[in-house]
Design a binder for this molecule. Structure first.
Ligand SMILES: [Mn+2]
Length: 356
């Protein structure tokens, strides 16, 4: 963790009289290991956590390299951060203008009277894009728990169950098998609900012949998994089989195309071409994928707008889909790590259509 703070200091080219204030929980966790409330104050010499009484002991345990400072009735977070910075002779502070609320911003401006505030420009997020070996292991473990849950749920889904029952059983299984939580709210979209890419699981009862899209992931030691499988309960319609095979071909082709140096929008374009050539371009309206890590959606994005090049250590999803209003939808998603010689899926579950 101390190495990460030093890399941030280097990336920001932090001057001796400049400091950094971190409010975003995922950046606080990445830089310090601390998961409670509060903020980080960093200078060339200082690594500090500003929090309140409830979290003092937790912060000391999580972040041994940091000094821990508690607010009181007389001094708020902004004032305590300002006093730490002023003690170091700091005159400029970089802060997360995309994270602090308007109210927090006003408090900061007031407290930092002799300090000039300036945007940090998502430098911690830039560092987080390339995952180290330990981070990849944690994402891989999160994916392994998710795949076990997928196997389990395929064994119990039957006509007559509701989407919500499936969602609860899937999430419970992940929790009972090592997940700290779900990485995001599980999507269970059955039958015609499958045409809603981010359908909310509800009371719909599974029927024979339904296809069901399951989009879910475990969170393990702070890191997210993201996977989607569309399965069939009994024999699906010809139309659904047709779009399944197109999505499967697009997913496999794009996953095989992942490599360091490739442009994100170039990989997205492969899926758009495959699906478009079959006449379903208008029914694939979202990006091909996104990076995953501490947050479920990180940069870079595999989207038509993203000019970034993939790098070894990026972890991205590949998740093409086709959504036909009133009929249903198919999406297939793996979380993949970019390696020296291509990419490797962290999701071992088969992508072939599973008919229960
Ligand atoms: Mn995803």
């Amino acid at each position: 963790m101390s190495n990460r703070v030093q890399r941030l200091v280097d990336k920001a080219a932090l001057q001796p009289r400049a400091g950094i204030i971190i409010h975003k929980p995922s950046n606080i966790f990445y830089l310090s290991g601390y998961t409670g409330e509060g903020l980080l104050v960093i200078t060339q010499a200082l690594r500090a956590i500003v929090t309140d009484f409830r979290y003092v002991e937790q912060a000391q345990q999580h972040a041994p390299g940091f000094s821990v400072h508690s607010i009181s009735n007389d001094i708020n977070h902004a004032q305590l951060a300002a006093s730490l910075l002023k003690n170091e002779g700091i005159t400029t502070a970089l802060y997360e203008d995309d994270e602090v609320t308007v109210r927090q911003g006003k408090q900061l401006e007031k407290a930092m009277d002799t300090i000039t505030l300036s945007p940090l420009n998502n430098l911690p997020e830039a560092l987080r894009q390339v995952k180290d070996k330990d981070e990849i292991k944690l994402i891989e473990k999160a994916c392994a728990i998710s795949c076990e849950a997928f196997e389990y749920i395929c064994g119990i889904i039957k006509p007559g169950m509701t989407e919500l029952q499936i969602k609860r059983q899937l999430e419970n299984f992940m929790m009972e098998h090592g997940a700290q939580s779900t990485a995001f709210d599980t999507i269970v979209a059955s039958g015609p609900n499958g045409s809603l890419p981010h359908a909310i699981a509800g009371d719909r009862v599974i029927q024979d012949g339904d296809m069901i899209t399951l989009d879910f992931g475990a969170k393990y030691k702070g890191y997210c998994a993201d996977m989607t499988r569309t399965i069939a309960v009994g024999q699906p319609s010809e139309k659904m089989l047709e779009i399944y095979n197109i999505v499967l071909h697009a997913q496999k082709t794009c996953q095989d195309a992942l490599a360091a140096g490739k442009n994100c929008k170039e990989v997205d374009a492969i899926a758009r071409k495959i699906i478009g050539d079959k006449g379903y371009g208008a029914y694939f309206g979202h990006g091909l994928g996104h990076a995953v890590g501490i947050d479920i959606h990180e940069d870079p994005r595999l989207s038509p707008k993203c000019e970034d090049a993939l790098e070894t250590g990026h972890v991205v999803t590949v998740e093409p889909g086709i959504y036909l209003p009133g009929i249903g939808g198919v999406r297939i998603e793996n979380t993949c790590v970019i390696t020296k010689d291509g990419a490797r899926s962290l999701v071992p579950a088969s992508r072939e259509l599973r008919i229960l």
